[in-house]
Design a binder for this molecule. Structure first.
Ligand SMILES: [Zn+2]
Length: 421
C-alpha cells in the first residue's frame, strides 16, 4: 500500500488535506488524517488542487513531426509531406514520439490521451512506462501504401488487452469514412461489440467528407456510420464539425461522444463546431482533444480550452457562449466519463488523478476565479505537480527522465526526416 498526504491544498476556495491511498482519494478534510502517509507534501495554502485533463483525441507520436510541414492544404499536407515520412516509421520512432507527447501532456496537466496511430504497441509501452492513462486504437483503414501494413499491431493489441495496466484501454479505431469501407466499419462494430471495446474515429471533419458521403451514400457521415452500427455510447467522434440538426439529435440519442478540437479545425480550415446548436450543448456528450502535434502544434489542453472558449464566442457573436466552467468541465470530467474513467473530479473514493497549481504564479494572480484563470490565463508554468492513479508523475514542474526523452525524440525526428522522400 502506498499513500500520499497533500497538506494544506486549496480546493474550491477552502484549505484542506487530501489523503491518497493506493490509487484513490481516501479522504478530503480540513482536519489532518491521524494515520501517517508514506509521503507528505505541505502546500501551505499556496497551491490549489484541480482535476487533471483528459485529451479525448490525439495522434501522440506525431509530435516527432511538429513543425515539419505547416501552412499547407490538408490533402497536400498529408499526401506529400506526412504520409511519405510516416511510411518509414520504426517501432523506436513511434516510441520516442509518443514519449515526447506524453512528456508534453504531463507538463501541461494531462493524464490521459485517446490515441490513434501506427504501431500502437509502442504507444502502450510508452504510456505504461510513463504512468499515464491511455486508450490506444486498433487502427482500421484501407491500405493504399503497403509500407504501412507491418505498422499495424492490431492482433497484439486485441490479444493482450486484458494483460495491460488497468490504466490502458484498447479501442477499435477506423480512421475515417473516406479511408475505410462499409465492410470495415461493420466489422469494427462487430469487433467492438464482441470484445466490449470503445470505438474511436474521425467524423465529419471537412465539407468535402460531408459532400462526398451525401453523394456516395445519400446520407450524412453521422447517418452513414450509424447505418454501419458504430454509433454507441462508447463511440468517440473526433472533430464532429459538419453535423446537421438531425445528426445532433441522432448523436444525442446514441450517447456517442463528440470531440471538439478548435485549434486543428482552425489550422486546417476544416470548419467550425456547431457552437450555434443549443441542442448539441444540452443533449450531446462532448469532450475536448488536441489532435496530433502536426495539426495543432501543441498538445496542451490549456491552449485548447482557451481557443474553444474564444472561438465559440467569436463564431456565435455571443460572449456568453462557451463559458470557462463549461469548457473546463469538458476538458476534465467529461473527458474522463467518455472513457469510463472514475475520475475528473476531486472527490473521496474517486481515482486519484489531479494537478496542483501554484497560486503564486503570475498567471493566476490576483486569483478572483481559478477556473477562469485556468481557461483564459494559465500556461504550463502554473502546474507544479501532476498525479495519475495515485502516483506522482511530475513534481516541481519536473518529470523524471525528461532530458533523455527530449534527446531521444530529437534524434528520432532527425533520422526519420533525413532520409530521401
Ligand atoms: Zn486526428
Amino acid at each position: 500500500m502506498s499513500s500520499i498526504l497533500l497538506r494544506n491544498v486549496v480546493l474550491n476556495g477552502s484549505t484542506v488535506n487530501v489523503r491518497i491511498e493506493e490509487n484513490r482519494f481516501q479522504s478530503i478534510s480540513q482536519s489532518v488524517p491521524a494515520e501517517p502517509a508514506d509521503e507528505t507534501l505541505d502546500a501551505h495554502g499556496q497551491m490549489a488542487v484541480l482535476p487533471a485533463f483528459y485529451n479525448a483525441h490525439t495522434h501522440a507520436a506525431m509530435s516527432l513531426l511538429r513543425g515539419y510541414a505547416d501552412d499547407l492544404d490538408l490533402f497536400d499536407w498529408l499526401s506529400n509531406h506526412i504520409w511519405p515520412v510516416e511510411a518509414r516509421l520504426t517501432n523506436e520512432d513511434v516510441y520516442a514520439g509518443t514519449r515526447l507527447a506524453i512528456l508534453e501532456m504531463i507538463k501541461s496537466g494531462t493524464v490521459f490521451f485517446n490515441d490513434m496511430y501506427w504501431r500502437g504497441r509502442q504507444a502502450v509501452r510508452a504510456a505504461e512506462e510513463m504512468g499515464v492513462r491511455a486508450c490506444i486504437g486498433i487502427l482500421r483503414q484501407t491500405m493504399g501504401n503497403p509500407a504501412f501494413l507491418p505498422m499495424l499491431d492490431n492482433d497484439w493489441l486485441l490479444e493482450n488487452r486484458d494483460k495491460l495496466s488497468p490504466r490502458i484501454q484498447i479501442s477499435v479505431a477506423p480512421h475515417a469514412i473516406y479511408t475505410t469501407t462499409e465492410e470495415i466499419l461493420r466489422d469494427v462494430a462487430d469487433t467492438a461489440k464482441k470484445h466490449g471495446l470503445a470505438i474511436h474515429t474521425h467524423l465529419a471533419e471537412t465539407k468535402k467528407e460531408f459532400d462526398d458521403c451525401m453523394e456516395q451514400h445519400g446520407m450524412s457521415p453521422a447517418a452513414y456510420v450509424d447505418r454501419c452500427g458504430i454509433l454507441t455510447d462508447r463511440t468517440v467522434l473526433a472533430h464532429s464539425v459538419f453535423l446537421t440538426d438531425k445528426d445532433i439529435e441522432l448523436l444525442a440519442e446514441r450517447r456517442s461522444v463528440l470531440v471538439h478540437m478548435p485549434v486543428s479545425n482552425m489550422k486546417l480550415v476544416s470548419g467550425q463546431f456547431r457552437y450555434d446548436s443549443a441542442a448539441l450543448f444540452s443533449k450531446c456528450r462532448w469532450a475536448i482533444g488536441t489532435d496530433g502535434a502536426s495539426s495543432n502544434n501543441s498538445l496542451s489542453m490549456l491552449g485548447e480550452m482557451k481557443t474553444a472558449a474564444l472561438r465559440g464566442k467569436d463564431v456565435t457573436g455571443d460572449p456568453k457562449a462557451m463559458k470557462a466552467a463549461d469548457v473546463f468541465r469538458a476538458a476534465t470530467r467529461s473527458g474522463a466519463e467518455a472513457f469510463g474513467i472514475d475520475a475528473g473530479v476531486i472527490e473521496e473514493g474517486r481515482l486519484a488523478d489531479c494537478i496542483l497549481v501554484d497560486l503564486n504564479n503570475h498567471n493566476l494572480v490576483p486569483g478572483f476565479n481559478l477556473i477562469s484563470d485556468m481557461v483564459y490565463a494559465a500556461d504550463s508554468s502554473c502546474i507544479d505537480m501532476v498525479v495519475c492513479d495515485g502516483r506522482i508523475l511530475m513534481r516541481g514542474g519536473h518529470v523524471d527522465g525528461e532530458e533523455e526523452i527530449v534527446a531521444g525524440a530529437r534524434e528520432a525526428a532527425k533520422r526519420l526526416t533525413a532520409q530521401k522522400k
